[in-house]
Design a protein around this ligand. Structure first.
Ligand code: NAP
Ligand code: GDD
Length: 362
């Protein structure tokens, strides 16, 4: 039985990858961090599985990494842990550098110090943010990097240190340069999830308006569940190499918004420009989307489009298994159900409070 260690197992990708590897028969280990509240909802359904194990470790703490890696001696490590929010990296640049840059080095050194350099394969979660202020469209493995945020600069170090250890120590370590991938498990402050959740709340009368930043930003959005398969394929490849993982299709934030609202039965029309642009409900004339400069970034990456030819050709991966339209529908349907469940639980609580007040329930 192969064993895998996933850092960042509580995240969107970590949870899908854990499911994928358990299905493949792996013994799956994941690192978690102590938190005053329980943020393990994405993996709660896996706890109790006989081949699923959790360990405390932090990418900022070499000792914890050496301890966990030395104990498990994994065949494969998937380093997904990161401060992954680009806008937050402007507010917490030092923390982002420590985790997203030096954290990668800590993993590599822990593997070496535990004597696993020859046996353990390492996947590093690299990113299309490396292309940043893009110098070419579409972007492939050969496109020059131009990182454009503290997050991207930190991730660029991660990319290069992986390449360095591959060449210096002959280690099997690779980067997947993944373009944006989303899902019903996406963090609620990333733009896609923020939109699908707002569409569901507005439709069900729980929110009046959605405030967004740059509506013209272009992204190549795929489905996270499809992308974790690629992480595994990269480590099963004969040679350690880096791959671009993307769909090869591009949409704007505005288009994502229109399609999400369409899926809840609201047709949005955008009028105005820049900070004055508004998304208006065609049926009622009500303004449902407005621009807020709070969501502008000091520097923004606005034109990401990946060329997944190498992954298609060499890994046999299908980049369009889930279409853009299907992805948006999956996310909206999940959020409609979530909001409906929250409303139902509020209704039960309100009824109970009323019954208690009237003395019907004692
Ligand atoms: P995510 O949902 O934000 O998950 C990040 C994970 O990293 C969480 O499990 C988090 O743990 C953990 N983490 C954060 N700081 C840590 C630390 N100091 N020590 C240990 N663990 C830490 O991110 P994701 O979307 O799944 O992305 C996974 C990886 O792929 C990230 O490295 C991200 O930068 C990269 N990436 C993502 C995309 C995308 O579109 N999703 C594209 C390209 C690359 P807590 O739950 O405790 O916070
Ligand atoms: N988050 C957010 N919130 N983004 C907004 C908003 C808003 O209200 N309004 C517009 N945007 C724009 C951002 O300016 C950006 O251009 C785009 O929407 C996408 O933003 P995010 O969804 O936050 O994702 P990201 O592209 O910055 O970063 C994600 O993808 C990277 C891969 O390219 C993250 O998952 C990174 O970890 C990942 O590396």
């Amino acid at each position: 039985m192969k064993s895998a260690l996933i850092t960042g197992i509580t995240g969107q990708d970590g949870s899908f990858l854990a499911e994928f590897l358990l299905e493949k028969g792996y013994d799956v280990h994941g690192t978690i961090r102590r938190s005053s509240v329980d943020f393990r909802e994405r993996i709660a359904h896996l706890e109790g599985h006989s081949r699923f194990h959790l360990h405390y470790a932090d990418l900022g703490d070499s000792m914890s990494l050496i301890q966990v890696i030395g104990k498990i001696r994994p065949d494969e490590i998937y380093n997904l842990a990161a401060q992954s929010h680009v806008q937050v990296s402007f507010d917490a640049p030092e923390f982002t550098a420590d985790v997203d840059a030096t954290g990668v080095l800590r993993i590599l050194e822990a593997v070496r110090q535990c004597g696993l350099a020859k046996t353990c394969r390492i996947y590093q979660a690299s990113t299309s943010e490396l292309y940043g202020k893009v110098e070419q469209v579409p972007q492939s493995e050969k496109t020059p990097f131009h990182p454009y945020s503290p997050y991207a600069v930190a991730k660029l170090y991660g990319y290069w240190i992986i390449k360095e250890y591959r060449e210096a120590y002959n280690m099997f370590c690779c980067s997947g340069i993944l373009f944006n991938h989303e899902s019903e498990r996406r963090g609620e402050t990333f733009v896609t999830r923020k939109i699908t959740l707002a569409a569901a709340r507005i439709k069900q009368g729980k929110q009046d308006k959605l405030y967004l930043g740059n509506l013209s930003s272009l992204r190549d959005w795929g489905y996270a569940k499809d992308y974790v398969e690629c992480m595994w394929l990269i480590l099963q490849n004969e040679k350690p190499e880096d791959f671009v993982i993307a769909t090869g299709e591009q949409h704007s934030v505005r288009e994502f918004c229109q399609l999400a609202f369409h899926n809840v039965g609201i047709e949005l029309e955008f009028k105005g420009e820049g900070a004055n642009e508004k998304g208006i409900d065609k049926a009622t004339g009500k303004v449902l989307v407005e621009v807020s400069s709070d969501f502008y970034r000091p520097t923004d990456v606005v034109n990401l489009l990946g060329d997944p030819s190498k992954a298609k050709r060499e890994l046999g991966w299908n980049p369009t298994k889930t279409s853009f339209e299907q992805l948006v529908k999956i996310m909206v349907d999940a959020d409609m159900a979530k909001v409906a469940a929250e409303r139902e639980s509020e209704r039960v609580k309100t009824n109970l409070a009323a019954y208690l007040e009237k003395g019907i329930v004692k």
